[in-house]
Design a protein around this ligand. Sequence first.
Ligand code: IMP
Length: 192
Amino acid sequence: MKTICLATNNQHKVEELQKMLEGHFEIKTLQDIGCTEDIAETADTFEGNSLIKADYVYQNYHIDCIADDSGLVVDALNGEPGVYSARYAGEHGNHDKNMDKLLLNLKDVENRTARFKTVVTMILAGETFTFEGAVEGKIIDRKTGDGGFGYDPIFMPDGYDRTFAQMSMEEKNPISHRGRAIEKLIGFLKGR
Ligand code: IMP
C-alpha cells in the first residue's frame, strides 16, 4: 500500500481522515516524518492555504501528501470567519472563544445560514490535484454537544436536528465538507 503524509497537526482531523482513507493509503502524520515547523497559512483562500501546506511538505520532505484547509462561511457575516476560522477570536485554535465571538456577532441576527467548506490538495509524484467539499447548515444560538472540534457545537447540518458535536465520527464523516472532498479524492484514485 502507498504511503501518504497528512499535512495537519490537528489530531481530530488525523483521526477523521485516517478512517476515511483506510485501505487506500498507509498514513503518516507530520510528526511521523519529523516536520515540526509551523507552516504559515498566508493565502486568503482555502485553496491557496491548502496548496501552501501540501507544497511545503512535498518540497521539504519529498513525500506524497494530502493537505486540507477548511473553515466556516457565514452568510450574514459576509463569509466570515472563512480562512480565519481557526483564529477568529485572535488566539489560534481557541474553539470556545471563536464560537463565543461568532455567537455574539450573530446576536439578534435572523439569517443563520452557513456552510463548512474544505479544499483538499493532494500531491502524488509531483502532480497536484484539488478536491472541494461543502456542507450546508445553520448556526444555532448555543453550544450543544461535546464531540468533534472547532465550531461543531454550534453547527447544525441541513436535514438534521443535531449539531456536528452530537454526532459520532461515523455519522459526521460521510456528510461533512472534508468527507465529501475525500470521497471525491477516493473516487479519483479508483478511476486511475
Ligand atoms: P483548517 O484550516 O482546515 O485546520 O480549519 C480551520 C478552522 O476551521 C478549524 O480550526 C475550525 O475552527 C474550523 N473547522 C474546520 N473544519 C471543521 C469541522 O469539521 N468542524 C468544526 N470546525 C471546523
